[in-house]
Every structure is written in structure tokens, then in C-alpha cells.
Ligand binder design. Structure first.
Ligand SMILES: [Zn+2]
Length: 368
């Protein structure tokens, strides 16, 4: 829910290293095309089935809501302090994504507050760099005067995608959920990345949006390549994390989905947090590996299906796959450290596992 300013984060994406990929990719593409090779490895590969659903119990189905907002209210909105910013935001969303239900935004428009706050003292004590915050319980955006224009959109997206349900005591916010009872949260990494992605997508041309959460933005963009923009936007604005999980189940098992979500949460929490000196470099790399392997696995299955259904050719399959891997890269440089998360072996492992699962499914359905 908070927006944090980090000068270094802006450079993360440009620092993704992919120069090794050219050499890496050749053998992989050959592996894919040579189905016999996969068949051989598939026979030796055992699918692990004994996963637990512990983390999944944290995810709840969002409650139903239906709020309308009439044009008369828009005129009223202009009279409220900062109402013009909010009205601009509302109009842009209604125009750009006309088919998406904006119930949550409408719900919050009747009694929101936007106030200036100096975060200096708070930042000093907690050693962080917050410049804006949205509190769903008070429906209030607190914002630093200096960063007003370029972060307000990010916070308004939180407002447009959040919902507090008294019945289960859970804050549903975009792709995250926070239980006020257990104090546990889930999905923050994906949620912050997607909040920022939408801010840049719909307002980046007009406002100089403050760059933040760059790495998270990068990964949710790759996630969008799998799920699809329109569906992701819809699920986000309806605070439907469970919907996203259901969608990903098309490609992955629940254990891997939950591992991906928590790895994104880990990166969100620890990559830029200077307080956590105990977090080892290897732990960051490990989580980045989980994220990247998950994305590759889902994406490959998606384009494999397109190939099977003759939507794309083998040549297109290889091109799509190559470009996707190239954009993921193999390592990043951050804060003076290099984190390597992919190499030939890791990519091969994902491919063999992903495509052999596919083969096994084909085999077992034939046996029936
Ligand atoms: Zn945020």
C-alpha cells in the first residue's frame, strides 16, 4: 500500500543481464523440437504430488460488491479538495477500460480523504523512503507534497482495488489479502508491481510517474503475457487474488503457484530493505530463481498449447520462447550485488519438467 522511493531501483531493469542467453538458448530449442529426447527424460521423471495446501488457506474468495456512481456525483466530486485529481483518474479509467467493473472505486468516492503528510520522521525511524500511503480503513491517502503528482495515481489505484470485509476481517487489495485477525498477508509483491504497472500504462504519458517497484513491474508484465492484460486488469480491480490463482492453475500446480506468490512477496519485502542485514544474497537469488522458473514454465505451456492447436508455428514458438527468456535475463545487478537466478541447467530443468508433464498427460489420457 505504500510507495517507496529508491533511486537505485530505477536501474534494475536496465541491468538485467542477458548476454549469456544467446549461447544458452540453442541447445534448449533443440531439446524442445526433438520430442524423442523429451520422451526419454519424461519416462525417468517422477511428478511430485505430495504437496500441502497450507498457504492456500490464506487466500479467501472476495465478497460480492456492487456500487454505482452517477454523473451527478461527478459534479459534487469537483467541490471536494483534490477532487479534480480523483475525477481525472475516474474518467481515464472509465474511458480506457470501459468494460471493467469499477465498483470498488465508486464505493470509495463518497467519503475519501487526501491529505499532505511529511514522512521525514517516520522514514528516519524505520530507515525507509515512503512518500505516499493509502489506508483502506480510513479511506485516506496520505501524500508527501514533493511527490504529489507522480505518486497520487499509484495510491488511487490502491483505492480503486481495495475492499475491507468486516465479516471475515480481511483487507482485499488488488492481488493481495491481509487478515487483520492473523496479521498475515499474501500477494503484496504482485500487487505493488501491478499497481505500478497500471499507473505507468494509463497515466505514464501525461504525468511523469515516479518509477518504483521496477523489478515487480517487470515480473507482473511477464505474468500478463501468460494471463492476458484484460483479465489481469479485471481481476486486479475486483480484488480477486483467488481468480488469478485459478487462472494460473491452467498451467501450474497449486504448490508452485503459492511458491511463486510468496517469492514475489519476499522480493518485495527484502530486496530494497536496508534493515534486513540477515537476508543473505543467496536467499534473494533463490527466490528470483523460483519466480523466473515459474514464469518460464507457465509461458512455455501456454505457447505449447498454441503450437498444438496450430495457432502458432514451430518457428513462432521458438521466437516467442527466445524473446521471453531474453527479457527475463539470467541475473541482475542491484545495490552493488549481482544476483544470478537462471543458467542453462535451471532452464533445461524447467523445460524438461514442463514438457514431460505434458507428455505424461497425453500418454495417460490415451491409456484410458
Ligand atoms: Zn503501493
Amino acid at each position: 500500500m505504500e510507495i517507496v522511493k529508491h533511486d537505485i531501483v530505477e536501474n534494475i531493469i536496465s541491468n538485467i543481464d542477458n548476454k549469456d542467453l544467446l549461447t544458452i538458448l540453442k541447445p534448449i530449442i533443440i531439446i524442445y523440437i526433438s520430442a524423442k529426447t523429451i520422451q526419454f527424460i519424461a519416462n525417468n521423471y517422477k511428478i511430485q504430488k505430495d504437496y500441502t495446501l497450507t498457504n492456500m488457506t490464506l487466500v479467501n474468495k472476495r465478497p460480492e460488491f456492487n456500487h454505482k456512481f452517477s454523473d451527478d456525483y461527478k459534479a459534487e466530486l469537483l467541490k471536494v479538495q483534490f477532487g479534480k485529481h480523483v475525477l481525472d483518474f475516474l474518467n481515464t479509467l472509465e474511458q480506457e477500460i470501459p468494460n471493467i467493473d469499477l465498483s470498488l472505486l465508486y464505493k470509495h468516492l463518497s467519503n475519501f480523504k487526501i491529505i499532505y503528510k511529511n514522512f521525514k520522521l517516520e522514514n528516519f525511524f524505520f530507515k525507509r523512503g515512503i512518500i505516499a500511503k493509502y489506508n483502506i480503513l480510513t479511506n485516506c491517502i496520505e501524500i508527501d507534497k514533493n511527490g504529489f503528482n507522480n505518486v497520487i495515481v499509484h495510491e488511487l489505484f490502491h483505492m480503486a482495488s481495495s475492499f475491507y470485509c468486516q465479516d471475515d476481517n480481511i483487507v482485499y487489495s488488488g492481488f493481495s489479502q491481509f487478515s487483520k485477525k492473523t496479521k498475515k498477508d499474501i500477494g503484496n509483491g504482485i500487487n505493488e508491481g501491478y499497481t505500478q504497472l497500471l499507473s505507468e500504462r494509463y497515466f505514464g504519458n501525461n504525468i511523469n510517474i515516479e518509477k518504483s517497484y521496477s523489478l515487480q513491474v517487470h515480473y507482473v508484465q511477464k505474468l500478463e503475457n501468460i494471463v492476458g492484460n484484460k483479465l489481469m486488469e479485471k481481476m486486479y480491480l475486483q480484488a480477486d487474488l483467488l481468480g488469478l490463482i485459478e487462472e494460473l492453475k491452467i498451467y501450474e500446480n497449486i504448490e508452485n503457484i503459492m511458491n511463486f506468490i510468496s517469492a514475489m512477496d519476499f522480493i518485495e519485502k527484502y530486496l530494497t530493505n536496508k534493515n534486513n542485514i540477515y537476508i543473505k544474497k543467496s536467499m534473494i537469488s533463490e527466490k528470483l530463481t523460483i519466480i523466473n522458473q515459474f514464469l518460464i514454465s507457465c509461458y512455455v505451456q501456454k505457447i505449447k498449447r498454441e503450437l498444438d492447436n496450430q495457432v502458432i508455428s514451430v518457428k513462432e514458438f521458438n521466437e516467442l520462447f527466445y524473446n521471453y527468456l531474453k527479457e527475463l535475463g539470467t541475473s541482475i545487478y542491484f545495490d552493488g550485488n549481482k544476483y544470478t537466478y537462471l543458467d542453462v541447467e535451471k532452464i533445461k530443468n524447467v523445460l524438461v519438467k514442463t514438457l514431460s508433464n505434458d507428455l505424461k498427460l497425453t500418454i495417460s489420457s490415451k491409456n484410458k
